[in-house]
Ligand binder design. Structure first.
Ligand SMILES: [Mg+2]
Length: 284
């Protein structure tokens, strides 16, 4: 009997699978083991860099593909699928699908705007590790990892709010796109967590040879909206510091009552229960 479908979990890390304050995922450990046993891959889809996510994946014992820097690229462990998916490039231990230009392109664009917006912005590369520590509150080791970026550059706007629009327009004229997060304006190419999700879902569908991939995306913030809109089911994780992100869709939307990993477990369990009706499921 051949499989007719498979299931995938896409998840934001900070404030979703990881506690907003402590970064703990302890409440989710039991469910992560169950998902593993049921052959439901958990795919990290984060604003974090490759090296940051590699460190968290090692802690999680997760060997699945992952999405970095807000959808800028998908990293697939080499040999994870039987062949390299179309459009990927080989890099180190990975097959990589890039949806954004490289960081250097955005550094060049910022350099180009340095004189016109003098003193009005700072960014990670120019600030260096010490500057990043004071901008973010990260310790030295974490600031070092956060600065090992490949596809995007976080900018801190220091000027008048009204001037920021002109700055964003100037970046867009240079081919960049910007995403406003809590503290930083991130400069990258035309990518987002939703497009990366859709690409990877199709790769699984082809690799598994299934008719349908049933998926859920879990996220707590504005930079998760594109992936929450793109997934079969959206799980909005309650945040201790801000409201749920606002979605256009209203169907197949779950909202956790608990925060962080407790809310993650709550919502993923609901989804598993309602999607567990088809026993012709893919098994690795
Ligand atoms: Mg988050």
């Amino acid at each position: 009997m051949s499989a007719t479908r498979g299931r995938l979990v896409f998840t934001d890390l900070d404030g979703s699978l990881l506690d907003h304050h402590t970064y703990s995922f302890a409440p989710a450990m039991e469910l992560l083991a169950e998902l593993d046993a049921a052959a439901v891959p958990v795919i990290a889809n984060s604003s974090k860099t490759r090296v940051e996510i590699e460190s968290i994946r090692a802690d999680l014992g997760n060997g699945h593909p992952f999405i970095v820097e807000n959808g800028a690229a998908v990293f697939i462990p080499r040999g994870y699928f039987s062949a390299a998916p179309p459009g990927t490039i080989s890099r180190g231990d990975y097959w990589v699908y890039e949806m954004s230009g490289g960081r250097q392109r955005w550094l060049d664009a910022l350099q180009h705007l340095q004189a016109r917006f003098a003193g009005e912005f700072d960014h990670f590369y120019r600030a260096g590790p010490e500057g990043i520590m004071s901008m973010t509150g990260l310790d030295a080791a974490a600031a070092e990892l956060a600065n090992q970026r490949e596809y995007s550059e976080p900018v801190q706007w220091l000027g008048e709010a009204a001037r920021k629009q002109a700055f964003v327009a100037a970046l867009e004229a240079l081919g960049a796109r910007t995403l406003q997060g809590g503290r930083f304006l991130t400069v990258a190419g035309e990518c987002d967590k939703g497009r990366a999700l859709a690409w990877l879902r199709n790769v699984y569908r082809a690799a598994w040879g299934v008719e349908e991939v049933v998926d859920i995306a879990a996220g707590d913030s504005g930079n998760d909206v594109a992936m929450l809109e793109a997934a079969g089911t959206a799980l909005l994780i309650r945040s201790p510091v801000h409201d749920y992100p606002v979605l256009q869709r209203s169907d197949h939307v779950l909202r956790s009552t608990q925060c962080g990993p407790d809310g993650w477990v709550e919502g993923i369990r609901q989804w598993l229960a309602v999607t567990a009706t088809d026993n012709h499921e893919h098994r690795t």
